[in-house]
Design a protein around this ligand. Structure first.
Ligand code: PEP
Ligand code: MN
Length: 281
C-alpha cells in the first residue's frame, strides 16, 4: 500500500494510546454503553452497570447519523452534558461521535475519544479537523471501504499531527441480509500486519443481532482484536435507537466473564497479536 507514511507498520513498533490510564493497544479495552444518550438516568444507570461488569470506557451518541432525517438525531449539547455527568459518577472515559467539522472543537471538550462513524469515514474535512485537535479518535471502517481506503483515512488524521487513532471494524455491506452487516474478522490480523495502530471490533453494528454478539466478540478477541465496542442499554425495549441490538446489563455481564480470561490467554499465546511468542519469525 502506497503513501501510508505514518500509518504503515514499522518492523516492531505498535502504538499504545493512553486514555485516562486505559492503554489501548496493550490492555483489553471494552467500550460499552447505549447507542444514543436519551436521558440522564438511562445514561448514568447504564454507565454504572457496564463499569461493574468490567467495561473500561463508556460510549453514547449525542449526535446520531441516522438513515432517515425523521429518526431521533440525538440530544446534542445536552447529551454531551449528560455524558460528562456519567463520567463524573463513574470515572469512565467517554467515547462519543462527532459528525460535523464545525462541532469538533467543542465536542472535543466533552469527549475523551472522538468517534468517526462509518458514514463519515471519508469525510476528509472532518478527518482533518479531528486531526488538528490531537484527541484520541476512534475511526470506524466505512461500510463500503477497503482496508487501504480505511488506512488512508487514518493517514489524514495522523498527518495533521494526531497520533491517537484507534481503528474500529464494524462490518461491511455484502449481499447477506440476515445480519445487518458482515463482520470482516480477517481485517483484524490484516490490520496488525499493515499498521501499528490498535484495532477494536464492534460486534453490535456488524451483526445487528443480539444472539450473534457474544460469539463474534469471542471470535474478535481470538483473532487478536485490542478490544470491543458494544451497545448496552439498561432497558433495550425502550431504546430510541438500535433497540434490537442492545444487550441488557445482565447479558453484557455474562459476556465480560467469557472475554476477560480469553484475552488473558491470547496475550500468553501471541506477542503483538500476529507473531507467535515462541518459535516465531
Ligand atoms: C455508532 O457506533 O453509534 C454508530 C452509528 O455506528 P456506525 O457508524 O458503525 O454505524
Ligand atoms: Mn447504534
Amino acid at each position: 500500500m502506497k503513501n501510508l507514511k505514518l500509518t504503515a507498520r514499522g518492523k516492531t513498533h505498535r502504538t499504545v494510546i493512553d486514555v485516562d490510564g486505559v492503554k489501548i493497544g496493550e490492555d483489553l479495552v471494552v467500550i460499552a454503553g447505549p447507542c444514543s444518550v436519551e436521558t440522564e438516568s438511562q445514561t448514568i444507570e447504564t454507565a454504572k452497570t457496564v463499569q461493574a461488569a468490567g467495561a473500561n470506557m463508556m460510549r453514547g451518541g449525542a449526535f446520531k447519523p441516522r438513515t432517515s432525517p425523521y429518526s431521533f438525531q440525538g440530544l446534542g449539547l445536552s447529551g454531551l452534558k449528560i455524558l460528562a455527568k456519567a463520567k463524573k459518577e463513574t470515572g469512565l472515559p467517554i467515547v462519543t461521535e462527532v459528525i460535523d467539522p464545525r462541532d469538533v472543537s467543542w465536542v472535543a471538550e466533552f469527549a475523551d475519544v472522538l468517534q468517526i462513524g462509518t458514514r463519515n469515514m471519508q469525510n476528509f474535512a472532518l478527518l482533518k479537523e479531528v486531526g488538528r485537535t490531537g484527541k484520541p479518535t476512534l475511526l470506524k471502517r466505512g461500510m463500503y471501504s477497503t482496508l487501504e481506503e480505511w488506512l488512508n483515512c487514518a493517514e489524514y488524521i495522523l498527518s495533521e499531527g494526531n497520533a491517537g487513532v484507534i481503528l474500529c471494524e464494524r462490518g461491511i455491506r455484502t449481499f447477506e441480509r440476515y445480519t445487518r452487516n458482515t463482520l470482516d474478522l480477517s481485517a483484524i490480523p490484516a490490520i496488525h500486519e499493515l499498521t501499528h495502530l490498535p484495532i477494536v471490533v464492534d460486534p453490535t453494528h456488524s451483526t445487528g443481532r443480539i444472539s450473534l454478539i457474544p460469539p463474534m466478540s469471542v471470535a474478535a478477541i481470538a483473532s487478536g482484536a485490542d478490544g470491543l465496542m458494544i451497545e448496552v442499554h439498561n432497558n433495550p425495549q425502550e431504546a430510541l435507537c438500535d433497540a434490537d441490538q442492545a444487550l441488557t446489563p445482565a447479558m453484557f455481564t455474562g459476556l465480560m466473564k467469557q472475554i476477560k480470561p480469553l484475552h488473558q490467554f491470547m496475550t500468553t499465546l501471541f506477542d503483538n497479536h500476529t507473531q507467535p511468542t515462541k518459535g516465531g519469525e
